[in-house]
Design a protein around this ligand. Sequence first.
Ligand code: GRF
Length: 220
Amino acid sequence: MARLKTAVLISGRGSNLEALMRACAEKDFPAEIALVISNRADAGGLDHAKRAGIASAIVPHKDYPSREAFEAALTKTLEAAGIGLICLAGFMRLLTASFVEHWRDRMINIHPSLLPAFPGLDTHARALAEGVRFVGCTVHFVRTEMDHGPIIVQAAVPVLPGDDEATLAARVLTAEHRAYPLALRLVAEGRVKVVGERTEIAGTSGGGAILLNPADDRRA
Ligand code: GRF
């Protein structure tokens, strides 16, 4: 079966791009990364793409007079490559409603919180300030409202005593690297159906277990 032609849009380090590349390199994975686009020439993720021989393009937002012109260049590049799905992975540009609508249900994003909690920036600092016991990440279809849209996969990790932003971010990032490839696989297999503003996923079972944090010592 033809693999889903996917583009990954980045602005920086690209560790999620690497995780997606690793997954796509597996035999029988239903998606391929056909293109990596960065809006910044200095994005570390571009090196990962080059090393793996994946086509990449730099579309610097600063070269365009408006957001619309920048996005028109993105869409042109994406469509020239026959892209069927966009994965935003640390892509740090706000997208206009018309771009989002053009790619509706064909563009997914990963956010480092359990949405709808903590959309936006500084998620880990805000989670620590609130004293929540679990944090995590969310992969979702992109809608006009930032960090909002039908949820595909979430992964939860505990907040541990002594955590700071860095330790928490690292724990969540490890979860991101599992959640994003899973979401891409489910979408590429055609198992994710958007119903209203939620998704239904064929043939999966829930995680099932109850997670307690702190653990119930009497039962340890
Ligand atoms: C990740 O934490 C992702 O959830 C957020 O931006 C970060 C990108 O990291 N949207 P990387 O470039 O994939 O390493």
